[in-house]
Write a protein that binds this ligand. Structure first.
Ligand SMILES: Nc1ncnc2c1ncn2[C@@H]1O[C@H](COP(=O)(O)OP(=O)(O)OP(=O)(O)O)[C@@H](O)[C@H]1O
Length: 349
């Protein structure tokens, strides 16, 4: 089955300029060689800490930011090769949901006119009456009262605003939603409601999602596949249920070991991996493996010399891919931590 969204070798390098002449003196490698597939009707959860390039990747897919290399295909269409008019048509099929819906909504525009606008801009057939009916249906579908249409964005609570943001993203009947931190600005109880809404919409409308989050818990239940990003690249990818239960990359292990567990008994007995140091700058990433400066399992020479590519491990699930030279040795307990983050690996509590 071919993927609805296929990304290959995607790079977004932002130039660093200096001096009066604004000469380019370097580049922030925000996204630095990402391959991923998102299959129709599924959810791809993209996780990683702040600054790893998740938002840039999401924006680049929709060409809200210009990639410097690579390819993006939506249902076979080469998105990066499209001219302005074709891009406008293709954008109908992929829409973005933002963390802060207020920032993407005009405060002076009622919800109804904010939702009607894309229908007019894209000259969707049907006339004013038909468009209004569509907007009313959509407000109902996202759990807002019909009266919401005549109100303004600031009159809504955070959760309701995100419902408006989702309705706006859906008004053109897209195939793919790229949701960038869709619930991270919301209270935990409201987060769950919005995630449930996204699930219902996916089921009812056959949508495909790429959900971006820094919090692994947010994407766990929603995602079919999870990709873990570190400093511009994917370090691990796999089905949600196996990746969380059995992380293969040292970075994923560390992220999951830091996530709170509601059960105190499980909490007391589990491995905690604390990472040494800070996230290196994407303007000057480490050679070889980007994670090696913080990795408790780092080995001399190879980790610094050779950038590991995502690969399937022999004798492991073929749906899992990991970018670590030593993933098998670590998984099989043949390599003990002793590197950059050495010492903190142990039993927490
Ligand atoms: N327009 C830009 N110009 C230069 N550098 C940028 C620009 N946008 C982002 N960056 C840098 O690119 C890197 C990746 O940023 P990005 O926002 O994609 O990360 P992120 O993982 O989404 O983080 P966050 O969750 O904090 O938004 C960061 O180092 C950031 O400072």
């Amino acid at each position: 089955m071919s993927a609805l969204l296929q990304v290959r070798g995607l790079e977004v390098h932002y130039p660093i300029r200096s001096g009066i002449l604004r000469r380019t003196v370097g580049a922030v490698k925000a996204v630095d060689g990402v391959d991923l597939d998102v299959h129709r009707g599924t959810t791809y959860g993209l996780v990683g800490e702040s600054g790893c390039g998740k938002s840039t990747l999401g924006r680049a897919l929709l060409r809200l930011t210009d990639p410097t290399a690579g390819s993006v295909h939506l249902d076979g269409t080469d998105v990066l090769a499209l001219g302005a008019e074709e891009l406008r048509t293709t954008r109908r099929r992929m829409q973005m949901v933002f963390q802060d819906p207020l920032a993407s909504l005009d405060p002076r525009q009622s919800v109804e006119s904010a939702l009607l606008e894309p229908l007019a801009v894209h000259r969707v057939p049907g006339g004013a009456g038909e468009h209004r009916r569509r907007v009313r249906d959509l407000l109902d579908r996202v759990g807002l009262p019909t009266s919401a249409g005549s109100r303004y964005p600031h009159e809504f609570s955070g959760g309701q605003r995100q419902r408006v943001g989702i309705a706006r993203a859906l008004v053109l009947d897209p195939d793919l939603l790229v949701a960038d931190e869709p619930v991270s600005a919301l209270d935990v109880s409201v987060q769950a409601q919005v995630l449930v809404l996204l699930e219902e919409l996916q089921r009812d409308l056959g949508l495909t999602y790429l959900v971006i989050a820094h919090d692994l818990a947010v994407v766990k239940h929603l995602s079919t596949t999870v990709g873990v990003m570190y400093l511009g690249g994917l370090v691990e990818e796999g089905p949600s249920e196996t990746l969380y239960a059995d992380p293969l990359h040292p970075y994923t292990r560390a992220l999951l070991s830091a996530a709170p567990v509601p059960d105190p008994v499980a909490e007391a007995g589990r491995e905690r991996i604390l990472l040494a140091g800070d996230l290196p700058s994407p303007a000057d990433p480490p050679s070889g493996c980007r994670f090696r400066t913080r990795c408790p399992w780092v080995q001399p020479t190879r980790c610094a010399d050779e950038r590991p590519q995502l690969r399937v491990l022999p004798r492991h699930d073929p749906d899992r891919r990991v970018a670590c030279h030593w993933a098998e040795e670590i998984a099989e307990g043949r390599l003990t931590p002793g590197g950059a983050g050495a010492g903190p690996v142990g039993v927490g509590g």
